[in-house]
Design a protein around this ligand. Structure first.
Ligand SMILES: [Zn+2]
Ligand SMILES: [Zn+2]
Length: 239
């Protein structure tokens, strides 16, 4: 059992959905500008970019890629990690999670208390509905600048552990947001991360600098909207 703890950003978007950065730019940024050991590329409704990133891993020693997808389920966004094929959008949460687990993946409820604009579960429904599905982890910290209140609520609700692993991610759509939210895990490889998630010992963490991230998003938002228009099927906020 490794003693050292490392950082993983488990929620990153690329140009393959509505992120502004290309996969090679993301790999370059992570390896030269961050201390992340593992990243998950989680584009909306496709693993295309994540597979591309995985194929570049050898060029960036010290950074491991987990193939992920942010799937638009009927109830909201669900992150699937350790995937080998696309999970389609538009299914119930239970069916989405079943598809993730059928291919050996891990299902994480993304930004559980975000408002409807993000297409997720919503304040009122979450408490009732979470009991109906068995997922593996909950994203209790998401550094998207709009989610300050939602993060606080998630942290409060899930403090103390309820049989789920806690994760943090940046939900980065621009390079400089990468790593601003992250997950601490024991070890330093994608396999270690998986074990840490299985043992429910991960921790969700945040970097300081929320205001500057928010400002960066604000000025890049028109570009993110244009990128969404390029991938309309993948980026529809809800189904
Ligand atoms: Zn989302
Ligand atoms: Zn996202």
């Amino acid at each position: 059992m490794p003693d050292a703890w490392s950082k993983a950003d488990l929620h990153i978007h690329s140009r393959h959905s509505d992120g502004l950065a290309s996969i090679p730019d993301i790999m370059e940024y992570v390896s030269t500008r961050t201390d992340l050991k593992v990243i998950a590329i989680t584009d909306h409704n496709t693993i295309e970019g994540a597979l591309f990133a995985k194929s570049l891993e050898d060029m960036y020693p010290g950074v491991e890629v987990v193939v992920g997808e942010e799937i638009t389920s009927k109830w909201g966004h669900i992150l699937g990690l350790y995937l080998t094929e696309d999970v389609p959008p538009g299914l119930s949460a239970a069916e989405t999670i079943a598809r993730i687990e059928a291919q050996g993946g891990i299902a994480i409820i993304a930004h559980p208390f975000a408002n409807r604009a993000f297409g997720p579960f919503g304040l009122k429904s979450l408490g009732n509905r979470v009991a109906e599905v068995a997922f593996h982890a909950m994203e209790v910290y998401n550094s998207s600048p709009y989610l300050v209140y939602a993060n606080r609520l998630a942290a409060k609700t899930f403090a103390g552990g309820q049989g789920w692993a806690a994760t943090g991610g940046s939900d980065a759509h621009v390079l400089k947001a990468i790593g601003k939210g992250y997950t601490m895990f024991r070890g330093d490889t994608a396999a270690d991360l998986r074990r840490s998630l299985d043992e429910l010992e991960t921790r969700a963490c945040a970097c300081r600098g929320g205001m500057s991230i928010a400002f960066r998003y604000m000025i890049r938002y028109p570009a993110i909207r244009r990128q969404q228009a390029l991938n309309p099927e993948r980026c529809r906020p809800r189904c």
